[in-house]
Design a protein around this ligand. Structure first.
Ligand SMILES: Cc1cc2nc3c(=O)[nH]c(=O)nc-3n(C[C@H](O)[C@H](O)[C@H](O)COP(=O)(O)OP(=O)(O)OC[C@H]3O[C@@H](n4cnc5c(N)ncnc54)[C@H](O)[C@@H]3O)c2cc1C
Length: 468
């Protein structure tokens, strides 16, 4: 395999060839540079295609450590990729060395202890199947293809967040490669500061190679989609009911156009709806009782809620794994005014794409019972999450009108926001990164960053620079 190919830019040529061969020889995994087979696949993520200098497709933590040391010693930009779903497209970067964990997908579940050891390149879906074999589950995110690496280091707001908390709330320990190339274990007792920082610090302090989680006893759930006609009364009713519901009920509600799904009557396709994905973890009888007020908000357009194996819930979001264009702004909120709901309803009518949506999630429950200073994810008391998501299928399409649509609604609702979720930030500047953390949390994160990554090697992320 050749490394120094004519397609590598002359500026970068000095580090190609010899040094790369040295690194390649040390790896159990693969090193891919421009011109190698697989380069085009390796440089693609869900939202972007870049031209990295090299992709180190790691096979184990030692490979990750070797790549970190290689990049640091040569002062090369370093990016980190697990599932490749970064909304900010930070995980593959032009002219960078990419540490790619996407082949590190091993999942081991011990049904006796309910402990799962999950390599960081595994996805939510990779974990959900093996866990379900033992009637166990972890609350991760809403989409099977999202990587555990990025999801967990940001927090992880999933289908059971109100019952079982964030993904990080089930994290017992992690194996982490730090900027000095060391492979360490982070837990409440070993490197506790690092453990605090990887739970919400968004990859600022190290590269996690393996997570150890305690799974929850969840086998079948009462779940599905409830489609209600979109109106302010329905939206308000949803927000009130979902936030006050028992912890067993977690919901994700998208204000969108009714999709051409088999369960949507043909004459209702394209109608503005609130599409509520429901996940109830208690008994079916209790669930039906808890869901009755939601179902009574309006005559449903469709209602697929039934008892299903937990992993089947991902069927409602599987389409999100295909590359597409997106323009996103998001925020947490404690309340949303009628004016904000009306603005969202009006925005949907004016959407520049039929696939765009405005997402509402009711939070609270177990997520809010963890102290805000326990982890770097600290916006635990926020009642709602809101995301304005313009989606278009052909990523090559001009993004400008869609971004303008997102931005117009965002400008209207953002005064009602209270912080933002680090994993739903695009490239929005340092003030928005600060907004992801209360000041005291940000200061602690910057101090831990100073100790573990003083040179800011891990900077292609929602960056918290080391405290000077
Ligand atoms: C369709 C879709 C649905 C989503 N739904 C949810 C949801 O329901 N709940 C939720 O919480 N989030 C959700 N997200 C956001 C998601 O959590 C983030 O985009 C997350 O960063 C993706 O992780 P990844 O490993 O796939 O991404 P990557 O692009 O591989 O990584 C993103 C960033 O995470 C960091 N990172 C990745 N791996 C590691 C690692 N091993 N160690 C340290 N840092 C690392 C790096 O900074 C990297 O730039 C969704 C995103 C998408 C695109």
């Amino acid at each position: 395999m050749s490394t120094a190919t004519p397609s590598i830019s002359p500026v970068l040529a000095p580090v190609a060839g010899g040094p790369f061969d040295t690194l390649r020889a040390r790896l159990a995994g693969h090193l891919i540079t421009a011109g190698d087979a697989g380069y085009d696949e390796a440089r693609q993520t869900l939202y972007a295609t870049r031209r990295p200098l090299a992709v180190v497709r790691a096979a184990n933590a030692r490979d990750v450590a070797a790549a970190v040391t290689f990049a640091r010693d040569r002062d090369l930009p370093l990016a980190v990729r697990s599932g490749g779903h970064s909304l900010a497209a930070y995980s593959v970067v032009d002219d960078a060395v990419v540490v790619d964990l996407s082949r590190m997908k091993r999942v081991r579940v011990d049904p006796q202890t309910r402990i799962a050891r999950v390599q960081a390149g595994a996805t939510s879906g990779d974990l959900a199947g093996p866990a379900h074999e033992h009637d166990l589950a972890l609350s991760t995110g809403d989409t099977a293809s999202v990587g555990m690496g990025g999801l967990t280091t940001g927090g992880g707001i999933g289908f059971m967040v109100r019952k079982h908390g964030l993904a990080i709330d089930s994290l017992l320990s992690a194996q982490v490669v730090t900027a000095d190339g060391a492979i360490v274990t982070a837990s409440e007792t070993e490197h506790p500061d690092l453990f605090w920082a990887i739970r919400g610090g968004g990859g600022n302090v190290g590269i996690v190679t393996e997570f150890t989680y305690r799974l929850a006893p969840v086998g079948r759930v009462l779940a599905g989609m409830l489609l209600l006609p979109a109106s302010r009364a329905v939206l308000r009713g949803y927000l009130d009911l979902a936030a006050a519901a028992p912890d067993d009920l977690t919901t994700i509600a998208n204000l969108q156009f009714a999709p051409p799904a088999p369960f949507v009557p043909a004459d209702r396709v394209g109608e503005p709806v609130l599409a509520i994905i429901v996940c109830w973890t208690g008994t079916v009888a209790d669930g039906d009782r808890a869901l009755a007020p939601l179902r009574a908000l309006a005559t449903p357009v469709a209602d697929t809620i039934a008892e299903i194996p937990y992993p089947k819930i991902y069927a409602y979001t599987d389409h999100q794994a295909a590359p597409h264009g997106a323009a996103i702004r998001s925020m947490f909120a404690d309340d949303l005014s009628d004016a904000a709901l009306d603005a969202a309803l009006a925005a949907l009518r004016d959407a520049t794409s039929p696939y765009s949506l405005i997402q509402f999630r009711a939070l609270g429950g177990a997520m809010a019972r963890v102290s805000p200073d326990a982890t770097a994810f600290a916006h635990r008391e926020r009642r709602f999450f809101l995301a304005i998501i313009a989606i278009w299928l052909d990523a090559a399409e001009d993004a400008a009108p869609h971004a303008a649509w997102t931005n117009a609604l965002w400008q209207t609702v953002r005064p009602e926001g209270a912080g933002v979720y680090v994993n739903f930030l695009e490239r929005e500047g340092p003030d928005r990164v600060r907004n992801a953390y209360p000041p005291v949390t940000y200061a602690r994160l910057a101090e831990i960053k100073r100790r573990y990554d003083p040179g800011n090697l891990f900077r292609f992320n929602q960056n918290v620079p080391p405290r000077p």
